[in-house]
Design a protein around this ligand. Structure first.
Ligand code: 5GP
Ligand code: ZN
Length: 112
């Protein structure tokens, strides 16, 4: 989608610090990390948020969670949090679905 920051990162038009890339998914480090480990997993196809997941695109969501499992294992991360902010009030600032993966410190609950 034109003028979508994460579509541009997915296509390589805007550079990112990548951990993983395949035909469907990209994992890259957050530019403003909120924990010692903070990376994002995005589908390359534009999905606006978790609120837009349906039967036409749910396969890539399963793949995203499989990738999160693989990357955390490979990096020796045993305890981590997966977050997806959906909508402005929930703190979503980039309207392209992304899963934050946070680790490396004690994480408070409930979130603010
Ligand atoms: P949200 O606020 O939508 O839940 O998460 C968006 C995340 O994208 C934020 O944590 C923010 O730091 C990150 N972010 C915004 N712009 C860029 C960028 O250009 N590159 C990278 N690597 N992360 C970004
Ligand atoms: Zn997009």
């Amino acid at each position: 989608m034109e003028d979508c920051l994460f579509c541009k990162i997915a296509s390589g038009e805007i550079p990112s610090n990548k951990l993983w890339e395949d035909d469907d998914l990209l994992a890259f480090y957050d530019i403003d990390p909120q924990a010692p480990v903070h990376f994002l997993v995005i589908p390359k196809q534009h999905i606006t948020s978790c609120g837009e997941i349906d039967g036409s695109n749910n396969a890539v969501i399963a793949k995203a969670f499989e990738l999160i499992s693989k990357l955390t294992k490979e990096n020796g991360i045993e305890s981590f949090r997966v977050v997806s902010n959906c909508g402005e009030d929930a703190g979503q600032s980039v309207p392209h679905l992304h899963f934050h993966v946070l680790a490396g410190r004690s994480l408070a609950w409930p979130p603010g």
